[in-house]
Ligand binder design. Structure first.
Ligand code: NAD
Length: 525
């Protein structure tokens, strides 16, 4: 029997279109709320056996899934490109390669990362007590991803959840449903036990049904607006959620930076995936004295970029994923124009294509009072503003409701570290840009409205387990001083405890011993 259940056809289908050509990529049956609920229940049953598997067994399944992925890599890259509009080159470099790395890392290291450990309990240890911490899986993890990295984000989260001993139900984005189903097929071909990974298909209502089905955790990637709805709906069942939300990520370029590298990084950071990355460079702040030179290099590089359909190996910028998204880009570019910014290149849909192509757009004279410098654009725009001091650069970068990633460019490493530490963002790169989601070993998540909780790294793994504290009294011969009945002697003991034992000081605590002994003897009477 199949390891992965594609929930059967009910009312409707989702049709997946290639945003570069408008051609139909395929159709997927939509799951009804009852089917979503049934999937979560099956996931809960499967959890009972899966949670008992050893880390070595889980490792073997994930490494097998990795082999399946490698053997179908080109076909999968093409599917991702067809559904999302991104170049095949980016499907390989920004989705498949990083998730393969994440898979091997968590397959091999989850046991070590979740190893039970002893906790230092200070003076309690002198009373013959010890504490250790172990980690238990949660149960069923519901994964609701966005469409912009439709393969690597849900697959990476599923791998981490499985390695931690959970089962998974994924509701892929309605814009990329076939890529979601492909994830299920990979686990099926790796012979994962039935119902450990299930895919349910549909749009927002299906995602809402998954939240209502009360899985044991929701891992959500998407907009702030949907994140708030999910947090509110999840609260009804006290389901905890990790929210990976939007960004308006700043790039700060100081005058002493390597301008050739910084200009290349800005172009890639702003335009890869047609700017539809939560960690895209959405605002560039450059020190006044080098603004003209940096801008010249950025515009020159931007004009050399080849835009086209994702299937061509020479395409660097593909189509955008939806009409809704391209309309936001148009609105923001109009806002920049109307507010007095200058469009240096781009600034329109690409007239060579009928699909959803927006030209890579470089904008100068931008400033933080412009609406488009505050709202997430999620498109191929690179607005440039200037600053004159380090403190001003930090202030401008932090002047945002978002705080996902940021980058700082300087040859002065002390300045790089100093500035990075003052930026309000979950990940800050010094002389690098955008790609840290690809480092599965490191935590990923946002400050402020960019999210709650973390994926990836040990911190991300901790979201997928519940810690259990086991406390043992190894010399259980006498009653504890704080037991009942209370008395004047008890109160005197507790009063003295506040200034001795509760300071953590062994020397001070020795002065408590006569009183403590008196109290214990009182209890033994
Ligand atoms: P979205 O919020 O519209 O949709 C995201 C997912 O939520 C989709 O699968 C959708 O079907 C589902 N959904 C919609 N309404 C729902 C509801 N009421 N209940 C449950 N599920 C519901 O976002 P999008 O347009 O797909 O993605 C773009 C956003 O994602 C951007 O803001 C981007 O910054 C963000 N993003 C963040 C990260 C990150 O790691 N922080 C990564 C990628 C994308």
């Amino acid at each position: 029997m199949s390891a992965v259940i594609q929930v059967p056809i009910t009312n409707d289908e989702i049709v997946s279109y290639n945003p570069a050509t408008g051609a139909e990529v395929g159709r997927v049956a939509q799951s009804s709320p009852d089917e979503v609920k049934a999937a979560v229940e099956r996931g809960r049953t499967a959890f009972q056996a899966w949670k008992k598997t050893s880390f070595a067994e889980r490792n073997a399944y994930i490494m097998k899934a990795r082999e399946v992925l490698i053997s179908e890599m080109d076909e999968i890259a093409r599917l991702i490109s067809d559904e999302s509009g991104k170049p095949v080159a980016e499907a390989l470099s920004m989705e498949i390669a990083p998730v393969l790395d994440l898979m091997q890392y968590f397959a091999r290291n989850t046991e070590k990362l979740l190893k039970p450990s002893k906790i230092n309990i200070g003076l309690y240890a002198l009373l013959g007590r010890s504490s250790r911490i172990t980690y238990h899986p949660l149960g069923v993890v519901g994964i609701i991803p966005a469409w912009n990295y439709p393969f690597s984000i849900p697959l990476g989260e599923a791998v981490m959840a499985l390695m931690a001993g959970n089962t998974v139900v994924i509701k892929p984005s309605e814009l990329t449903p076939l890529t979601g189903i492909k994830i299920g097929e990979i686990f099926e071909k790796a012979s994962l036990p039935q119902d450990c990974v299930q895919i349910v298909s549909g749009a927002g209502a299906t995602g809402a049904a998954l939240v209502d089905a009360a899985p044991d955790k929701i891992m959500f990637t998407g907009s702030v607006a949907t994140g708030k709805k999910i947090a509110a709906a999840a609260a009804k069942n006290l389901t905890s959620v990790v929210l990976e939300l939007g960004g308006k990520d700043p790039m700060i370029v100081f005058a002493d930076a390597n301008l050739e590298l910084a200009s290349g990084a800005a172009v890639w950071g702003a335009f890869c995936n047609s700017g539809q990355s939560c960690s895209s460079v959405e605002r560039l702040y450059v020190e006044e004295s080098v603004a003209a030179e940096l801008t010249r290099r950025i515009v020159e590089k931007t004009k050399q970029i080849n835009q086209g359909t994702g299937d061509k190996e020479t395409t660097s910028i593909g189509a955008m994923s939806s009409e809704r998204q391209i309309a936001i880009v148009e609105d923001h570019v109009e806002d920049f124009r109307a507010a007095g910014a200058k469009i240096e290149t781009g600034g329109r849909r690409n007239p060579e294509f009928e699909g959803l192509f927006y030209e890579p757009t470089v904008i100068t004279n931008a400033n933080n009072d412009m609406r488009a410098m505050q709202e997430e654009t999620f498109g191929p725009t690179l607005p440039i503003a200037t600053f004159s001091t380090e403190q001003e650069a930090i202030r401008l970068a932090n002047d945002s409701e978002f705080g996902l990633t940021a980058s700082v460019w300087t040859r002065d490493s002390a300045k790089g570290q100093r500035v990075a530490a003052q930026i309000e963002a979950g990940s800050v790169c010094v002389n690098e840009v955008l790609y840290t989601h690809g480092i599965g070993q490191t935590p990923w998540g946002g400050f402020k409205n960019s999210g709650r909780g973390r994926t990836h790294g040990r911190e991300g793994l901790m979201e997928l387990v519940q810690p259990q504290h086991i406390h043992t009294n190894h010399v259980a011969l006498l009653p504890d001083a704080w037991w009942m009945p209370y008395s004047a002697n008890a109160v005197a003991t507790f009063r003295k405890m506040t200034t001795t034992f509760a300071t953590g000081s062994l020397i001070k605590t020795t002065t408590l011993l006569p009183q403590l002994w008196k109290r214990i003897m009182e209890l033994r009477k």
